[in-house]
Design a protein around this ligand. Structure first.
Ligand code: 5GP
Length: 124
């Protein structure tokens, strides 16, 4: 299901400076900040500055320059947060079925401890 972009979503407010965050990195194309409810010692969210609902929307509409700038910022954020060398997991939830709750495209960086298997069969 396609959701319309809402300029009052939480990450849009963080990007505008209307809500506080613990910022880890910022470039022309993206901002990275700690997740408010971290699941791992390093749990950072990287969001593009442009208005995209999810991964599908970002890859369909963002320019090549925006997309390259975004992924470069993801890599730099992992390094800044100290997990670039030892390893980390990238996750993006695309749509409600995947558990997406904030409809501004973002990538989670998880790290700082062994993460185990990606998705367990027991998760259903
Ligand atoms: P999603 O399920 O959409 O991929 O993940 C959204 C993430 O945003 C969740 O991990 C949640 O903890 C995080 N989050 C929700 N509200 C806030 C907030 O106000 N500030 C920050 N930094 N993270 C938030």
């Amino acid at each position: 299901m396609v959701v319309a972009y809402d300029r009052d979503n939480i990450f849009a407010k963080i990007l505008r400076g209307d809500l506080p965050c613990t910022k880890r990195h910022e470039t022309e194309w993206a901002m990275a900040f700690d997740d408010i409810a971290p699941k791992t010692p390093v749990h950072v969210l990287v969001v593009p500055k442009g208005e995209y609902v999810d991964f599908n929307d970002f890859t369909a509409r963002a320019t090549a320059e925006e997309q390259a700038g975004f992924w470069r910022a993801v890599k730099e954020t992992a390094e800044i947060c100290g997990v670039g060398e030892e390893g980390f997991r990238l996750t993006t939830n695309n749509g409600e079925v995947a558990g997406q709750i904030v409809f501004h495209f973002h990538v989670h960086i998880f790290g700082g401890r062994p993460l185990g298997r990606m998705v367990r069969a027991s998760d259903g």
